[in-house]
Design a protein around this ligand. Structure first.
Ligand code: SF4
Ligand code: FE
Length: 480
């Protein structure tokens, strides 16, 4: 396995094409806007290096028996599914943001099982190809980014009816022993910090959409691939001297638009080519895995926010007030309910045809739908307890000004002499998670990541066993 340092230098020297706020950057590891995102992902390496974390952050590869980072593991049991959720919560607590490596984990598990299903029905060679690719990822301890969401153009039209076919990534031509693809993938978590990109279709497809039914992997530095980094609220605070007001002084999440301009994919890296009936199945499986993941990572961020809220209540002398205790208890209830949903999806998981394990889809979708709601309530309660100072206090930099520093120090001092700077730093962290760069991970990503709320409603309606519920009701009211 790679060390954190080895990972950082591997990304530093990757040579992929990345633009941040209108300019091409030499290194996402060193650029101040993107650095916190790289550091967050790097923590998945640092944690795996710790002896005490071995059970949580590493697993034995079912392909080679060698130890691998759990972020590259194909789940072999229900216990593996539970450990994944525990690991993601732990990472969320350590970073308070999206640490970006789990979309790849959920993707490799989905592709591993779906390629087997395609081969069974179509006699294709995809599964063995994918196994070889997986061995390569595991041996190098590489990060694959999951690339799913297309631009989609007019959402009322199917991919093949779009005026511009590039609105959905598609096969442009077959060339030699491979294919050429064109299109773009949006919101790609950790794309710029990844060594490899795994591309999947974005939705279920009909026969006339066959050219859009394509799954493959390419290295991030492949010719024709361009990353355009997403903006986040208050991201330019990272450019300020001393970075006093950034709130989370260590980490941040990131997403990017990834453009594929006539990219050649060699045969051995193709895992689906025009088998359109499997596009929807792959999407559904990836989505279920990833929806369960949110009951790990977002809960970990919730832990940090609850901790920061309790700390600010202490510093401000409100922690013993009955309403404050009640609000903190409510935040914990909401957060633990999210976690319980994810754990249920793992505990009630099942074995797939290829032998790996996957979550219970109904529980995973219910977990994720709650995640589109509860973090907003937790954030609201955090802001309620934090008070108006959260949005009106001066910059922490003002403490250093000889003419006004004393005023800020005097009037922002906390209960029992808690230093003003400490109080302000906690408030900045709450600001970061509920309104700043961290809020991207905690709030809108909770709504739209792994699929927007309506996609979960559709799945919940489809997966619920209404017929047997009705039968239970009929029986109990005496109707045969
Ligand atoms: Fe991982 Fe959560 Fe980020 Fe998805 S949103 S990649 S599950 S940290
Ligand atoms: Fe996400």
């Amino acid at each position: 396995m790679m060390t954190k340092q080895e990972y950082l230098s591997s990304i530093d020297t990757l040579g992929h094409r990345v633009f941040v706020q209108g300019e091409e950057v030499d290194s996402v590891v060193r650029h101040p806007i993107s650095k916190p995102a790289v550091m967050a992902l790097a923590e998945t390496y640092a944690q795996a290096e710790e002896e005490r974390n071995r059970d949580l952050y590493t697993a034995a590869s079912h392909l080679t028996g060698e130890p691998v980072n759990r972020f590259l593991h194909i789940h072999q049991s229900l216990d593996d599914l539970v450990r994944k959720i525990d690991m993601l919560r732990d990472m969320g607590r350590k970073t308070a943001c999206c640490f970006q490596r789990c979309a790849g984990l959920d993707c490799i598990n989905a592709v591993y099982s779906t390629t087997y299903d395609i081969d069974q029905e179509c006699g294709t060679p995809y599964h063995q190809r994918f196994v070889e690719f997986l061995k390569y990822l595991q041996a190098g301890d590489l990060v694959p980014a999951a690339c799913m969401t297309d631009a989609k153009g007019d959402r009322g039209l199917s991919p093949s009816d779009q005026e511009d076919p590039d609105q959905f990534l598609h096969i442009v031509e077959e060339r030699g022993r491979g294919i050429v693809v064109r299109g773009a993938k949006l919101h790609i978590t950790g794309g710029v910090n990844s060594h490899e990109l795994i591309v999947m279709p974005t939705r279920s497809l009909a026969e006339r959409d066959k050219a859009f039914a394509v799954a493959f992997a390419v290295p991030a530095d492949t010719a024709g691939v361009t990353f355009i980094y997403g903006r986040q609220p208050s991201d330019t605070r990272r450019l300020e001297e001393g970075q006093a007001d950034i709130g989370n002084v260590k980490y941040g999440g990131c997403e990017a638009l990834v453009v594929f301009e006539d990219v050649f994919v060699p045969e051995e890296r193709i895992f689906m080519k025009r088998e359109y009936p499997f596009a929807g199945k792959l999407v559904e499986l990836f989505a279920a895995n990833h929806r369960a993941s949110y009951g790990g990572c977002k809960v970990g961020v919730g832990d940090v926010l609850i901790g920061a809220t309790a700390a600010i209540a202490e510093a401000q002398g409100t922690v013993k007030a009955a309403h404050c205790k009640d609000k903190l208890a409510e935040m914990i209830l909401l957060n633990e309910t999210l976690h319980a949903g994810a754990l249920a999806s793992a505990a009630k998981g099942h074995q797939t045809a290829v032998g790996s394990f996957s979550v219970n889809k109904l529980h995973a979708n219910c977990c994720k739908l709650n995640i589109t709601r509860f973090p907003y309530e937790i954030a609201r309660l955090a802001q309620d307890i934090a008070g108006g100072l959260l949005v009106t206090m001066p910059s922490i930099k003002d403490l250093d000004n000889p003419r006004i520093g004393e005023y800020v120090r005097k009037y922002f001092v906390g209960r029992g002499g808690v230093e003003s700077e400490k109080r302000m730093r906690i408030l900045r962290l709450i600001e970061n998670i509920t309104m700043g760069t961290g809020a991207v991970s905690y709030l809108p990503e909770s709504v739209h990541g792994a699929g927007s709320p309506q996609t979960q409603k559709v799945m919940i309606s489809r997966l619920a066993d209404l017929a047997s519920n009705k039968a239970a009701a009929y029986r109990l009211c005496g109707i045969e």
